[in-house]
Design a protein around this ligand. Structure first.
Ligand SMILES: Cc1cc2nc3c(=O)[nH]c(=O)nc-3n(C[C@H](O)[C@H](O)[C@H](O)COP(=O)(O)OP(=O)(O)OC[C@H]3O[C@@H](n4cnc5c(N)ncnc54)[C@H](O)[C@@H]3O)c2cc1C
Ligand code: SF4
Ligand code: SF4
Length: 462
């Protein structure tokens, strides 16, 4: 049996679309009632399942991140936390007006723009707004189109139809995706000579986990807009009076065109740590820094950067052209970046390491005990690295994710948001209680933020 069958049967398909692309659509990718994508293997031939298994980021037959990176970036240094690396930076674009249109420091779309302007690519395949569902993979062929599609879309997307739409058109592209999508597209181009010629750059986005479509709907509903009336959403609205972590969620009501917004952290499920609507696949993912990408962009979640409302990217380059683009942008003053060391880069994703390395080991061990199939990972199953309290937390977080999907579905069926909120809030509150920082940690974190605020004020006044 091809392991893609286990992936789908155990709900671990992330819906990336890799198998659909590699089989020219013979494996269809369908939208589920949970608001996510999933491969449909009914009636698929064994030969196609084998192809699918070779490109699926969760199948045992596919090359893992280390194997792909060893081939792609053999000459680069490696670290188990980040994968291979060339340049490491933290920073942002210097245009303070433009930066409000990006989620973080704006370096993702700035770099993609440079790739188009230099003639490295004819276009970019990335996620932007679509008619229905709200977001999906699209192609931008000009800088204007590209810049009209900024910001993080915490929304599932499958690249199968989009890739098949550009295949064979003779154009070269940069492909943007979360780590599993990049691993999958890397494997797809190994199967497909035409796409191999066309995908010139692989641009990664750091990923904590993916949300189902219910994430956007649940927030909009909390703002008074029921799921069927949501016209548009913005997951990352910046506020110059607050820190970059205190961003807002906004939604537009189709009935009135009215726009409403609220600080994300004040909404039920607004903390990423609570993992509401997390896809099951993300419980089995150990790639944080898109280790198979030519470059990866994330948020530099460190007090020094967090206090700046504009947002700050953490960046790892693994490609000389892209590294040169960053360094030249710095010289021209279009971007402002600090050079980082590997430990600082890893520190920007503390929560991610707890969930995706420590947490993964516990989940794998739990599944092993329960006799459940799991994909082969680079993390070994076990409990020895964490205390009993942490094990309980990891399990509780998993429970919140699972319950959020079911209860939101029930809320939609009963047309009552309360059904979801009343079920999920007690779980979140109890989880929050057990993750409460100690008084000393809170004071230390606050002191660090205040210190960096003073440093920033002094620098700006000089
Ligand atoms: C699901 C998800 C989870 C994330 N989790 C983390 C995390 O845990 N830690 C962290 O540091 N950063 C995380 N990020 C990345 C972060 O939110 C920013 O996307 C990143 O820092 C780039 O910001 P920017 O200002 O440079 O990008 P912008 O200039 O705003 O441009 C964003 C670019 O990314 C593309 N894009 C947006 N969403 C997607 C998507 N889903 N798939 C493919 N392309 C997309 C857009 O089309 C655009 O080209 C996550 C992003 C996503 C989508
Ligand atoms: S390749 Fe992607 S869409 Fe296909 S089964 Fe694997 S995770 Fe699902
Ligand atoms: S956490 Fe991993 S599996 Fe989930 S969307 Fe992100 S990269 Fe993909």
């Amino acid at each position: 049996m091809s392991s893609i069958e286990n992936v789908v049967a155990n709900g671990m398909c992330v819906g990336c679309g890799g198998c659909g692309t590699a089989t020219s659509g013979r494996i269809p990718i369908r939208l589920t009632t949970r608001g996510a994508y999933e491969a449909d293997l009914a009636g698929v031939s064994s030969a196609d399942k084998e192809i699918g298994s070779r490109v699926c980021p969760f199948a045992d037959e596919s090359k893992n991140e280390d194997e792909i990176a060893d081939e792609a970036f053999a000459e680069l240094q490696s670290d188990p936390r980040t994968g291979r690396y060339l340049g490491m930076y933290a920073g942002r674009i210097t245009d303070d007006k433009a930066i409000t249109k990006s989620s973080s420091g704006g370096l993702t779309n700035w770099t993609l723009t440079q790739l188009i302007l230099r003639g490295e690519v004819d276009g970019v395949i990335h996620v932007g707004s679509t008619e229905s569902p709200m977001f999906g993979y699209v192609v931008s062929h000009s800088v204007d189109e590209l810049m009209g599609r900024r910001k993080s879309q915490y929304y599932p997307a499958s690249f199968a139809d989009t890739l098949r739409g550009v295949r064979g058109n003779g154009k070269r592209y940069a492909f943007v995706g979360v780590p599993c999508a990049i691993r999958s597209i890397r494997l797809v181009v190994k199967e497909d000579e035409v796409l191999a010629e066309q995908i010139a750059y692989f641009v990664g986005i750091v990923c904590g986990h993916m949300k189902s479509m219910s994430y956007a709907e649940s927030f909009a509903w909390q703002l008074g807009i029921p799921p069927e009336e949501v016209e548009n959403v913005d997951f990352r609205i910046k506020d110059p009076e607050l820190t970059s972590r205190q961003y807002k969620f906004g939604a537009q009501d189709r009935r009135t065109d009215e726009w409403s917004e609220k600080q994300t952290l004040s909404l039920v499920g607004g903390s990423w740590g609570h993992a509401v609507f997390q896809l099951e696949a993300c419980n089995y993912c150990d790639d944080i820094f898109a280790e198979t990408a030519d470059v990866v962009f994330g948020d530099a979640w460190l007090s020094k950067y967090e206090i700046d409302w504009r947002g700050t990217n953490v960046v790892i380059t693994r490609n000389v052209v892209i590294d040169e683009i960053v360094r030249e942008g710095l010289e021209r003053g279009e971007i402002d970046v600090d050079i980082l060391d590997i430990d600082t880069v890893a520190k920007t994703q503390g929560g991610n390491f707890r969930h995706r390395r420590e947490g993964l080991a516990v989940r794998l061990a739990d599944d092993e005990k329960a006799g459940r199939w799991t994909p082969r990972k680079r993390v070994a199953p076990g409990y020895g690295h964490v205390d009993a309290e942490r094990v309980a937390l990891i399990r509780r977080r998993r429970e919140i994710s699972a319950k959020s999907h079911d209860m939101f579905l029930a809320a939609k069926e009963q047309n009552d948001l309360g059904v979801y909120i009343n079920a999920i809030k007690p779980l979140i509150d109890s989880y929050q209680q057990s993750t409460k920082m100690t008084f000393t940690t809170r004071v230390r974190n606050k002191a660090q933020r205040e210190f960096w605020k003073v440093v920033r004020r002094v620098r700006r006044s000089n």
